[in-house]
Design a binder for this molecule. Structure first.
Ligand SMILES: [Zn+2]
Length: 234
């Protein structure tokens, strides 16, 4: 459990280092049993996500209660995590963030399309499969709002929350974080293309089929090690 807490803590710092979360907003969780999860909480000496430590990662039940909480508080938007974990047994981890480029794409209604291929194959595949949008800009602090978001999300691993942020799932914390970074990268490129007035066609079906799946050892494990290595020393 300690190493899983460290992974969730590392995930928060990686998201902060990449500008995907700012200040104290955003959280990461991972399922640990049928009824429990580890989640990024806020303690009495909160210093923002870039300074997350394993101490900030606490075990709670799907009801948001937990003996381990002490002075630490669960996020207001904990229902994003608990409702996704309740509804989607395939999901092992959830990232909720307010990535700035994705915010602009949502507000400006710039669709996230698979405009590049080999530049970032997992990112291209995410876009090709479709990025659903939850149209409400509300703080998702109740179960019914999280269930509305889930209805928008369908069976996709991601959901853009218009005027708010993003919810991303993965089988693992690493997968959910890498998907978050890939989507924000695509959002930055989408905005830049719009700014230069380029109307770029999606990668052709022929080229999409030709792009290989490089496997999770490369796409996840190696990428994660590189992200960890880039982190500033605490
Ligand atoms: Zn939020």
């Amino acid at each position: 459990m300690d190493s899983l807490k460290q992974t969730v803590s590392d995930a928060c710092r990686i998201l902060a280092a990449h500008g995907v979360v700012e200040g104290i907003l955003g959280h990461v969780s991972v399922r640990t049993s049928e009824s429990e999860l580890l989640v990024r909480t806020r303690g009495p000496r909160e210093r923002g996500l870039s300074h997350t430590t394993a101490e900030d990662i606490r075990m709670v039940g799907l009801d948001g209660q937990g003996a381990e909480l002490g002075e630490w508080r669960v996020p207001n938007e904990l229902p994003i995590h608990t409702e996704v974990l309740r509804a989607r047994p395939d999901v092992g981890a959830v990232v909720h963030a307010h990535p700035p480029a994705l915010l602009v794409c949502g507000l400006a209604e710039l669709p996230l399309r698979p405009v590049y291929g080999a530049y970032d194959i997992p990112g291209m595949r995410l876009a090709a499969g479709g990025v659903p949008v939850y149209p409400r800009a509300v703080l998702i602090r109740r179960r019914d709002l999280a269930q509305e978001m889930l209805a928008s999300m369908g069976d996709r691993p991601v959901c853009l929350l218009r005027g708010h942020g993003l919810t991303v799932t993965g089988a693992t914390v690493e997968e959910a974080v890498l998907r978050t970074l890939a989507l924000e990268k695509l959002a930055r490129v989408t905005i830049q293309l719009h700014q230069v007035g380029a109307d770029v066609a999606a990668v052709s079906d022929e080229d999409q089929v030709e792009l290989p799946d490089l496997g999770s050892a490369f796409n996840t494990d190696t990428q994660w090690r590189a992200l960890l290595a880039e982190l500033p020393e605490e």
